[in-house]
Design a binder for this molecule. Sequence first.
Ligand code: RRO
Length: 310
Amino acid sequence: VDLSVSWLGLAMANPLYNASGVMCRSVAELEQVRTSAAAAVITKSCTPQPRTGNPEPRYCATALGSINSMGLPNAGYPYYLDYARSYPYAAGKPLFLSLSGMTLQENLDMLSDLAAAQLPCLPEVNLSCPNLPGKPQLGYDFQACHEALTQMARVYHGPFGVKLPPYFDPVHFARMAAVLNAFPALRFVTCINSIGNGLVIDVDRESVVIKPKDGLGGLGGSYVLPTALANVREFYRLLPGKHVVGCGGINSGREAFMHILAGATAVQIGTCLYEEGEGAFARILDELRALMAHKGYQRLDDFRGKLKTL
Ligand code: RRO
């Protein structure tokens, strides 16, 4: 069984890497991912200046997934740029840099600087952080997304991608796809960020479980799998010629298979990686390989995007 993926001129030994935000804030964490069975690495979303993020507790795992309101804690764009400058690209694990400016101007500043640096890493611009008090998710404002992408494409001419929030309505899928299809340099979309502003309740304590926003936070893990799959499948159909990266609810080879069947080129692991550690990559790969062998598939192209309807 051959798990390799080649896309955007990049070669990956397999389709798995970390979801931005998990195991990727410090160089030590990034190196944990890079030296694992993951086939690529993405950094924590960054802002021009370092941020400490929201007050703790700000992440909690449950039986079905996780809730977080981290608030974009990060070491600052220059820290991740330094990592990207010294990254061993020749070792064959592509590097993605997640950018999440607090304003359009901050994204433009980071993208201009990254363009000047001429590095082989690819930006994934985060249009979907749900956890900044008072700030709506850009991905839910189609006109603002069109304006932001127009200005970003003016300062950054290379291939890039965006991290999208989950959408829940066919009209919204179509409207966002129309925006994204206007930008040929936009080569991939990552679906999905966490489902924003859920509320997890602890019955024993009769309390919320995270401190920021009186307990509201982004949901990840098994809670979000069907929503993630719907977003992957819909954007796979609506964005011909672009790649969809699947993220949301992958705990085993089975969910990785589902994302790829729905059309994902590659897949990211978030909550499961946070809870299990980097050993999750090798385990999920073993399971995916076994499932493919059982079905008689030799490579990912044999089933990618081939989800049947009734
Ligand atoms: O840091 C966060 O609170 C965070 C971000 Br930027 C994001 O994009 N998604 C998420 O679940 N948490």
